[in-house]
Write a protein that binds this ligand. Sequence first.
Ligand SMILES: [Ca+2]
Ligand SMILES: [Ca+2]
Length: 385
Amino acid sequence: MNKTLQHAVLAALMLITLMLASCLERDLNNPLDPANGLVKPPTPVFNPPAGTYTTAQTVSITCSTTGATIRYTTNGSEPTESSARYTKPLSVSENTTLKAKCFKSGWTPSSTACAIYTISAVPPGQMIYVSGGSFTMGRTTGSGDSDELPTHTVTLNSFYIDKYEVTQAEYSLFMPNPGWTSDYGLGANYPAYRVSWYSAIKYCNLRSMAEELTPCYTISGSTDPAHWGAVPASNNSTWNAVICNWNANGYRLPTEAEWEYAARGATNNPDYLYSGSDDINAVVWYGSNSGDTTQPVGTKAPNGIGTYDMSGNLWEWCWDWYSGSYYSSSPQNNPRGPESGSYRLLRGGSWYSVATYCRVANRNDLIPYVGDDSYVGFRLCRSAN
Ligand SMILES: [Ca+2]
Ligand SMILES: [Ca+2]
């Protein structure tokens, strides 16, 4: 082989190597779109990936192609060249479907990347998912008061409800000790008593904000309790006019109907007198077995959906204004009580109550500012739309 031929072969080999290398590089980073043979950027990548998280997430989106533009949507729609352009990591604080696509001039757009983020601030196990449905509300069995009639069909959206009454440990994170003593139960797992309806509303929003959820309650145009002034110790028309955003994902009080549905284990069958049983001693701390004090939450048996102490231990605030005749005019779908009133609903009976007060159908009421009652506490709820 002469020198010229040797040079030509070497040159050809080098050229082939270079071409192969560049092809390989293009294959790795810029794969061809098999549909039309045009160059197509790789599908964008989300970090952290889709999943269920207990706090808000900061999500970055990357595309390995130099010079490509990432465009994204947060409402489930397909990203286009006019969708929002990704420039910095996104804050995802509510349930969100993220979709993203890479665009580069003269190239086919990338495939769509899709990630569903579920932000659930509640550690699994502390709230119960209650699947929506219909039930018969009111006194379906046993004897009781006239305000429990007529029985009527109620249909509810799905929601979450606390497994336990709000504990002193939970309440103390956001609110001052309202006067718990060892006389009526003192300790992290004892329920929070001496809680007024106004205080319960404030707690809901403070906790929602701390967990980066959307607060449900608005007073004087603000969802931030820092703008509400001190919790009123007497009747207060401004606080009485509180508005609830039922679509927000934050904490709120259950409606009376949600409370009764959950207490019944989301069914009329079996049609128990108390939450979880007809045997009051199996499921209820009440006047005859409590030793005249609250008891740590969750120390009697749960009901069919896994909630504890809905009957007994503490009366529990509900959202609704009380009206003794409400059941005659209550709407079927998601009833939320009368527009106004003087008393808010209490449900379930307490450590001090006689048995009949602890029935799932029993209704009671109290003025919303009473904050020194050792029989009264609450549990939280969240919409699950
Ligand atoms: Ca209770
Ligand atoms: Ca009653």
